[in-house]
Write a protein that binds this ligand. Structure first.
Ligand code: HEM
Ligand SMILES: *[C@@H]1O[C@H](CO)[C@@H](O)[C@H](O)[C@H]1NC(C)=O
Ligand SMILES: *[C@@H]1O[C@H](CO)[C@@H](O)[C@H](O)[C@H]1NC(C)=O
Ligand SMILES: *[C@@H]1O[C@H](CO)[C@@H](O)[C@H](O)[C@H]1NC(C)=O
Ligand SMILES: *[C@@H]1O[C@H](CO)[C@@H](O)[C@H](O)[C@H]1NC(C)=O
Ligand SMILES: *[C@@H]1O[C@H](CO)[C@@H](O)[C@H](O)[C@H]1NC(C)=O
Length: 330
């Protein structure tokens, strides 16, 4: 074989190898450019929908971010949280963590309708929700990260999984961490993603035991700052009628996506028990302290953890479907 043949032969083998690698290695995985040809205006449409919803109501950024989290932790990121109850599906909207709590469904519906107009039966509800969560965080002043796409929508939902697999604000750090590791996430992701509580609100019943009867003997949570305790007792009097009153998760900057959530924790000013509990363990407390000092590193790590969360249990290829209406399977 002459040298020129070798030179001619090797690049073509290499090229075939590259073609195989590019096409087949991503099979069954997500891809940043998934809709670049089929729906080039997708990001613009989602951004406009999230922007107008936030313009109408600032809190919607938080609600949409939480919806993506609640989607991913139950059956994977496949849009199950968006399904209404039907004769065959007992959906997740009535599960304890979602009932009278999860919100933003109309926003996703409106975006989906616009996406269907531009590119019918092309973009999954699960991908719209993943993109909307990114836009919401970005528009609230937080980081921007490239969202991997190509998720397909699930054919079912699970109220039971929503009840048992979503973390509760009354749980121990060990239990919360176990729920994250069950999804392939780790303790760092617990600390970083909990930073999502830098925006949005919680109802009084989700933290009321901390105010009045934390130990069963009528005392408040000793890890709750005294000034914040007084103000929260004003907002959430010790009677059932206050249960659905709202308190900001991050009183220092209610609707700005920043690192003040961590600054609050350092000062015993976390709202939920599941927030302040991050200070009860030396490893997580060290991470909290670090993010309280280095906002840029929180921004960077939040994007990384959101991409990890967005990969949980995704359906790709021929699995699932592209729903026409996010509330019902086709
Ligand atoms: C670590 C375990 C977590 C627990 C125990 C937890 C619990 C809660 C609770 C109880 C509320 C208030 C709901 C209500 O009162 O109606 C809430 C709100 C919220 N959560 Fe979490 N959460 C956790 C993790 C996360 C994660 C990973 C994210 C996103 C990355 C997130 C984003 C939010 C947002 C943005 C809100 C405010 C929603 C709104 O204002 O509509 N949470 N969370
Ligand atoms: C994308 O949006 C722009 C601006 O609204 C519009 O001019 C263009 O036709 C759209 N492209 C496609 C492929 O829908
Ligand atoms: C605007 O937000 C309010 C709640 O603040 C809500 O009731 C209303 O439906 C929203 N309107 C639109 C057009 O989204
Ligand atoms: C943690 O999980 C265990 C096992 O499911 C449960 O028995 C325990 O009550 C949980 N603890 C808290 C504080 O949630
Ligand atoms: C937390 O406490 C430190 C030291 O006491 C103080 O400088 C800082 O302003 C406090 N931060 C918040 C958010 O209250
Ligand atoms: C955690 O930190 C505290 C206070 O700095 C220290 O007394 C304790 O020994 C540490 N625990 C572990 C398990 O490292």
């Amino acid at each position: 074989m002459s040298p020129s043949r070798i030179v001619a032969y090797r690049p073509s083998t290499f090229a075939w190898f590259c073609i195989f690698f590019l096409c087949c290695s991503v099979h069954g995985q997500l891809d940043y450019k998934f809709y670049d040809d089929a729906c080039p205006n997708l990001t613009r449409i989602v951004r406009y929908g999230v922007w107008s919803a936030i313009y109408n109501e600032t809190r919607m950024a938080a609600s949409i971010l939480r919806l993506h989290f609640h989607d991913c932790f139950v059956n994977g990121c496949e849009g199950s949280v968006l399904l209404d109850d039907s004769s065959t599906i007992k959906g997740e909207k009535n599960a304890v963590p979602n009932k009278n709590s999860a919100r933003g469904f109309e926003v996703i519906d409106a975006i989906k309708a616009n996406v269907e107009k531009a590119c019918p039966s092309t973009v999954s509800c699960a991908d719209i929700l993943a993109l909307a969560a990114r836009e919401a965080v970005y528009l609230a002043g937080g980081p921007y990260w490239p969202v991997l796409l190509g998720r397909r929508d699930g054919l079912t939902a699970s109220e039971d999984a929503a009840n048992t697999q979503l973390p509760s604000p009354f749980e121990s750090l060990a239990n919360i961490t176990a729920k994250f590791t069950d999804k392939g996430l780790d303790m760092k992701d617990v600390v970083v993603l909990s930073g999502g509580h830098t925006i949005g609100f919680a109802q009084c019943f989700t933290f009321k035991p901390r105010l009045f009867n934390f130990d069963g003997a009528g005392n408040p949570d000793p890890t709750l700052d005294a000034t914040l305790l007084t103000s929260l007792r004003g907002l959430c009097p010790n009677e059932a009628s206050s249960d659905s009153n709202l308190a900001p998760l991050d009183a220092a900057s209610v609707s700005k996506f920043d690192n003040s959530y961590y600054k609050n924790l350092v000062n015993n000013s976390g709202l939920l028990g599941s927030d302040q509990v991050l200070m009860s363990d030396n490893t997580t407390a060290a991470m909290v302290s670090y993010y309280s000092k280095f906002p840029f590193l929180f921004s960077k790590d939040f994007g990384v953890s959101m991409v990890k969360m967005g990969n949980i249990g995704v359906l790709t290829g021929q699995d699932g479907q592209i729903r026409k209406n996010c509330r019902v399977v086709n």
